[in-house]
Design a protein around this ligand. Structure first.
Ligand SMILES: *Cc1c(COP(=O)(O)O)cnc(C)c1O
Length: 407
């Protein structure tokens, strides 16, 4: 029989140990239950399980033991009572909004969150009569000023993509709670290995498991972590009827990814700091955006909110501006630096052990107008690097090749 884990275990221990009980075979690595339904011992048990009067697996759109293991492990690491896995990070935000909001409710959201999040909240939920206000990532007074009597949810993400702006989670939690609203934080960039927003007052944590939780760029997955009552009452029923379910296979990949999350975040954060520090002194580079640098405008706040083993960690995403004379020159030079890489992958994903490099102005932020991009600080000379696990000197050389050959 499975041993019961003692209380008070460290996140690194929970990352490899928290899961559902082992099967009758006593497998050491958690099993993958690829089954759409579960056989019921008799009709009366089936009836009780369908009526929620007895625990037990029924059908994998509702629950699956592999998904439950992933949920238990991620909840343990985030320090929340419960977690519900979803088919993607966007599905987690969809499930959260469907569970919490109705027509006439109001959401306050950072204007710097993931682009699809803005489209989902303003566009799709706007169609159903949910109001939204988008405010500065860093100016707490704007969040306070946006509060209305019908405000139900504040939504933030920290640090942001690609400029790594940091928001003050504690201050936003205080504003939300004074307004009788909830604060949800998209913790995709930090992961629980670097930051646990519930310890700073956040109510709900959103994850794209696609990023650091898998960590090796294999699957699309997501999750919401939070209080058990909220998840049971607000999200489980929506999941059962709407079906944005995490597949057992993808859950298993994320479950295994979580085992190395902490050690990957430490190594990738250290690599990112070394690369950012090096980029900052390159003559062709105008500016580096990375929370781990003393030059970052919210460096002190970031180091308070993001810690690994007691030390501040900047995370693994950075961006930098190439020096240029005008918009065309900026784009030409950025494309050159990107095209000169031979190790880094030109792809929009992040959170992978493989370093990725992108030109945000023509990819992730390509649908904005030039004026909107300028306002957001995402110029044609900006390059984003999501730093992986390659040896640091190889990464420097990969960027140096393009920087040194700029004309
Ligand atoms: C990628 C991402 C999402 C969406 O996740 P998917 O798994 O791609 O749906 C949400 N938030 C942030 C911060 C992300 O980087």
């Amino acid at each position: 029989m499975a041993k019961k884990l003692p209380d008070g275990l460290h996140i690194d221990t929970l990352a490899v140990r928290a899961a559902v009980d082992k099967s009758q075979f006593g497998e050491n690595s958690e099993a993958l239950y690829l089954t759409s339904s579960f056989v019921q011992p008799d009709a009366a048990t089936a009836a009780r399980r369908f009526a929620n009067e007895e625990e037990g697996y029924i059908y994998s759109r509702f629950t699956n033991p592999t998904v439950t293991s992933m949920e238990q492990r991620l909840a343990a690491m985030e320090g929340t009572e419960a977690c519900i896995g979803t088919s993607s990070g966007m599905a987690a935000i969809l499930l959260m909004c469907m569970g919490l909001l109705k027509s006439g409710d109001h959401v306050i959201c950072s204007q710097s969150v993931f682009g699809s999040t803005i489209k989902l909240i303003a566009g799709e939920f706007g169609k159903f009569g949910v109001e939204s206000t988008f405010v500065s990532q860093t100016d707490v007074a704007q969040w306070q000023a946006a509060v209305k009597p019908n405000t139900k949810l504040l939504f933030a993400e920290t640090p942001t993509n690609p400029l790594t702006e940091v928001c003050d989670v504690r201050a936003l939690a205080d504003i939300a709670h004074a307004a009788g609203a909830l604060l949800a934080v998209d913790n995709c960039f930090c992961s629980p290995a670097l930051s646990r927003p519930v310890e700073m007052g956040a109510d709900l944590i959103i994850h794209s498991g696609t990023k650091y939780l898998d960590g090796q760029g294999r699957v699309i997955a997501g999750a919401i972590c939070g209080p058990k009552k909220l998840i049971d009452d607000k999200f489980v029923p929506v999941m059962r009827s709407a079906g944005m379910t995490l597949s057992a296979f993808n859950a298993w990949i994320v479950l295994k990814g979580l085992e190395t999350l902490s050690i990957r975040m430490q190594a990738q954060s250290a690599n990112a700091l070394a690369l950012a520090t090096w980029l900052e002194v390159q003559p062709q580079v105008a500016r580096v955006h990375y929370p781990g640098l003393a030059s970052h405008p919210q460096h002190a706040l970031a180091m308070r909110q993001q810690t690994i083993n007691g030390q501040g960690g900047g995370g693994a995403v950075l961006s930098f501006d190439i020096k240029s004379t005008d918009v065309q020159d900026a784009r030409r030079k950025s494309f050159h630096v990107i095209d000169c890489t031979q190790v880094m992958s030109i792809t929009a994903n992040l959170g992978d052990t493989k370093t990725t490099i992108t030109h945000p102005a023509t990819t992730s932020h390509g649908r904005l107008t030039e004026a909107q991009r300028q306002a957001a600080g995402i110029g044609q000379g900006l390059i984003r690097v999501a730093v992986g696990l390659e040896f640091i000197d190889d990464l420097k050389a990969d960027l140096q090749r393009g920087l040194d050959s700029l004309t």
